[in-house]
Design a protein around this ligand. Structure first.
Ligand SMILES: [Mg+2]
Ligand SMILES: [Zn+2]
Length: 194
């Protein structure tokens, strides 16, 4: 039997790349300067590096799925150019009430619903109980908690605003708060003894 491995799940916009609104053209994807190093650290620690992103702009008709594919290719290429790699990239292109078929539907993968993490659990033998989700929004933390993982909030993207104005009313605080993805990864790996 394959041994299950812990993963670090990462949100895309506001966590790996600048939050610029809808990335409706590949040229709008801009990685943070620390992103490649952070992913490389996860790789070297023997943890799975997995992207989980909601891209309802497809359901909304703001850009075609082919543009999303091209953006993801660019993301993978830029990370690979720095000697790092993602083990998987999962995306929810759906919206429950807006847009057109086949993207308009109640799905199980729109964060904070756990579908993408469950897929990773099955396909990549992830041990969710030893995994983390890093993101810039409360929904990323809820995603983690919905599967018994831990959630780290980064202050990039929407994170600073979520932390200052919304977090005081959350029923559960983030398991870790970090300036950015690199600091989050460093502290997670230190905590987990990697
Ligand atoms: Mg985000
Ligand atoms: Zn979905």
């Amino acid at each position: 039997m394959n041994e299950r491995r812990p993963a670090v799940f990462m949100d895309r916009d506001g966590t790996l790349s600048h939050e610029v609104g809808y990335v409706n053209h590949p040229s709008r994807l801009r990685l943070y300067p620390w992103t490649v190093e952070a992913v490389r650290m996860i790789n070297r620690a023997g943890r799975l590096a997995i992207v989980v992103t909601n891209q309802a702009g497809v359901a909304r008709g703001y850009f075609p799925e082919s543009v999303f594919d091209e953006v993801q290719r660019r993301l993978r290429d830029e990370v690979a150019a720095g000697g790092a790699r993602f083990d998987a990239v999962y995306a929810c292109l759906h919206h429950p009430t807006v847009g057109r078929s086949p993207y308009r539907r109640e799905c199980d993968c729109r964060k904070p619903r756990p579908g993408m993490l469950r897929r990773a659990e099955d396909e990549l033998h992830v041990d969710l109980s030893r995994s983390w989700v890093i993101g810039d929004r409360h929904g990323d933390l809820q995603l983690a908690w919905n599967v018994g993982a831990r959630g780290a909030l980064v202050k990039s993207g929407y994170g600073r605003g979520e932390l200052e104005y919304l977090a005081p009313s959350w029923s559960r605080p983030a398991d870790l708060v970090a300036e950015n993805l690199l600091e989050a990864v460093e502290r997670i790996l230190a905590r987990e003894g990697a």
